[in-house]
Design a binder for this molecule. Structure first.
Ligand SMILES: *Cc1c(COP(=O)(O)O)cnc(C)c1O
Length: 471
């Protein structure tokens, strides 16, 4: 007698038969024949490899088989890069993609992506154009300088500026500014790669003008000042004012470069935010070249912007590495659309998403927290406690590291003794929602800072799926 398990196994349908079965039509339509065939083959093999247990004699269930295939195909083809809720309290979160942009900017990018554009095409003369020209006028109008160059990010801008203006020569930097930004951007390393010799000047906490003066040699090409974005030296400190460094550089005939990091185009104090130096101020203080990021306080796409004196801008533009570091049409379309918004300062708060989020009133956030807290409590049940808390949001991306913006949110903690392991568990459950929610853990509680909560309805709806007590 034939073992019924073997008989069932022999009765497995062929790949061809399954592909031609009506249950497969929808799968092929959605995922294509190639992926579907590969998956069917893989799953059939799994069936064959199953140990001969008792239910191996069950007849092949085609509907169940296709259901499994559909689920696997959906999971495997889901985009890896997807939206999340940034309730971390850090507005410009590098790991969550930094600045968010308004729809008008996204629309401009969409057009550049789906239609031919005059990227490097001079429509008047019909000759070859310069891609940066689309934004140069706006950048110089808003940030100052005779000209502007745009590259992939500010790290690239610093690299290109140093390589163009100081290769094989010496560049003086204060020891207090030899910083590392997240993601392994270190000033000394960038300088080495740019082919310039770093000359460290002064000490970590105090650097004086005479330190710079004494460091000058016939090989000196530039002084660079780096905005110490993400840390602060406090106490017995001294640094040389920009204007004095500019004067020293110019008396000796070399370049004064400032890496501003964030570089806002507006006076942040007008918006009730802490002061942050602008490229315009830096140029007014005597810098010949200023570099800053496009996706930090500016609120635009990832890019590095350089503004400065024409001769230096020309030199940078002619560097062959500019070609390697140039931005694409999407970035230029986004920058163009964004910079136009800056020409109407009265509307910035409404229209530039980053400024809108940074200036969102505490009262507004608090009311939202009070409204949403009971919903969260009802979802997590009574084994844990949800409460409205005051928080401090960070601007992020190295801006103004110690200042925090008054904000509010919801803290979730276990009843009784606060346990970090519980906060970890809550954090994981929120990260596993269809649109993952990113909060932060502080003092044993999981905290959702609501400053950047968008799509509130979607957020509330998907909370129903929170699996707090699942493994
Ligand atoms: C952020 C930052 C950089 C790097 O800028 P990216 O746009 O992230 O490449 C360089 N210098 C300073 C001072 C910064 O703050």
């Amino acid at each position: 007698m034939v073992n019924p398990a073997f008989a069932a196994r022999r009765a497995l349908p062929s790949v061809d038969r399954l592909l031609n079965s009506p249950g497969c039509v929808a799968l092929i339509e959605l995922y294509g024949r190639l992926l579907t065939t590969a998956l069917i083959r893989e799953f059939l093999q799994r069936y064959r490899d199953q140990p001969l247990t008792e239910n191996a004699d069950q007849p092949f269930d085609e509907a169940a088989f296709f259901h499994q295939c559909a689920q696997a195909l959906a999971t495997r083809t889901a985009p890896s890069l997807k939206p999340v809720f940034n309730l971390s309290g850090t507005v410009l979160h590098t790991n969550l993609g930094r600045a968010l942009m308004p729809n008008s900017v996204a629309q401009a990018v969409m057009t550049a992506m789906t239609r031919p554009v005059n990227l490097e095409f001079d429509l008047d003369g019909g000759a070859r154009g310069e891609r940066d020209s689309h934004v140069e006028k706006w950048i110089t109008q808003l940030a100052g300088g005779d000209g502007a160059v745009v590259v992939n990010n500010n790290a690239a801008a610093v690299y290109l500026a140093l390589n163009s203006l100081g290769a094989k020569k010496e560049v003086l930097v204060s020891r207090g500014e030899l910083i590392e930004i997240g993601g392994s951007f270190r000033i000394p390393d960038i300088m080495k790669r740019a082919g310039v010799k770093l000359v460290e000047v002064g000490t970590t906490n105090r650097t004086h003008l005479k330190d710079f003066a004494e460091a000058i040699t016939p090989r000196t090409a530039a002084i660079m000042k780096v905005h110490t974005s993400n840390y602060i030296v406090q106490g017995f400190t001294s640094s040389v004012p920009e204007a004095e460094l500019a004067q020293l550089a110019h008396e000796n005939g070399f370049v004064f470069i400032i890496d501003l990091g964030s570089g806002t185009l507006v006076n942040l104090e007008d918006f009730g935010l802490p002061h942050e130096p602008s490229p315009k101020e830096a140029l007014e203080l005597g810098a010949d070249l200023v570099t800053f990021s496009g996706d930090k306080l500016l609120g635009g796409p990832q890019s590095g912007l350089m503004v400065g004196t024409q001769a230096f801008i020309n030199k940078i533009r002619k560097n062959p590495m500019k070609r390697a570091l140039r931005v694409d049409k999407m970035t230029l379309a986004a920058l163009d659309a964004l910079l136009r918004l800056y020409t109407n300062p009265d509307k910035l708060r409404e229209e530039v998403t980053t400024i809108k989020l940074l200036t969102r009133p505490y009262q507004d956030i608090k009311l939202q927290a009070e409204r949403l807290c009971p919903i969260v409590q009802s979802i997590i049940g009574n084994t844990a406690l949800a409460e409205v808390v005051d928080t401090g949001s960070q601007i992020g991306s190295g801006s103004l590291p110690i200042d925090s913006l008054p904000s509010a949110g919801i803290a979730i903690r276990s009843h009784g003794k606060t346990k970090t392991s519980f906060a970890d568990k809550v954090s994981r459950a929120f990260r596993r929602l269809p649109v993952p929610v990113i909060g932060r853990i502080k003092d044993g509680a999981f905290i959702l800072d609501l400053r950047c909560l968008d799509h509130e309805t979607q957020w509330v709806e998907q909370l129903q799926q929170l699996a707090l007590y699942a493994k």
